[in-house]
Design a protein around this ligand. Structure first.
Ligand code: S6P
Ligand code: ZN
Length: 188
């Protein structure tokens, strides 16, 4: 039986996403442009392990999401539905402090689930999911999903998640995207 040392795969990620790879992901476009101008930091890495494919098989991935913000919005992953919509996923928090933002495809209802060490979070099928680092250290987690789950980024890229997670008064707050944008540019 193959086994993988988590710190070893963390050091050999299969995917690296920098800030420039996330156009449209953050709500505050002005803050995004300013952050890009100041550099193009690494936002997260994913190390996917795919031992076998086919019915009944599982894949898993180690995600490492850096601490940081664009404007008031915490660093986040792009977010996706699974291409196979019914495929669920289990997340396990390993290090750091963050949340999983879930959005039901049918109802549009959002939920923010804590992603912290030794906690398991369940992502049902038909649910868009995005990881958010609300802490000051790297957020490290495992995602375990059916081998045939796949990714559909298109649907969320078009309209983005309805809610944002922003820093307010030193804490992390879930807020409606439209209200957040209105608060940035209040009408005179
Ligand atoms: C895969 C699983 C995670 C994400 C990772 C990066 O189903 O949910 O491994 O791929 O958190 O997020 P994203 O949205 O860029 O794929
Ligand atoms: Zn997923």
């Amino acid at each position: 039986m193959d086994s993988w040392n988590l710190s070893a795969i963390e050091n050999a990620p299969s995917l690296r996403r920098h800030l420039s790879d996330l156009p449209g992901a953050f709500a505050d476009q002005r803050a995004y442009a300013a952050a890009l101008k100041a550099g193009d930091p690494l936002v997260y890495t994913v190390s996917a392990i795919e031992p076998a494919s086919g019915e009944g098989q599982l894949h898993y991935a180690l995600g490492v999401l850096m601490p940081g913000k664009v404007g008031a919005e915490f660093f986040l992953t792009r977010g996706h539905f699974h291409a196979w919509r019914a495929a669920a996923e289990v997340y396990v928090g390993l290090r750091g402090e963050g949340s999983l933002l879930l959005e039901d495809e049918q109802t549009g209802a959002s939920r923010l689930v804590p992603l912290v060490p030794n906690q398991v979070a369940y992502v049902p099928g038909h649910t868009a999911h995005r990881t958010i680092n609300t802490g000051r250290e790297r957020l490290v987690y495992l995602g375990i999903y059916p081998a045939g789950a796949g990714h559909d980024y298109g649907a969320m890229a078009e309209r983005n998640f309805r809610q944002v997670v922003v820093e307010q008064g030193g804490g992390a707050v879930l807020m409606d995207r439209v209200s957040f944008l209105k608060s940035l540019h209040p009408k005179p």
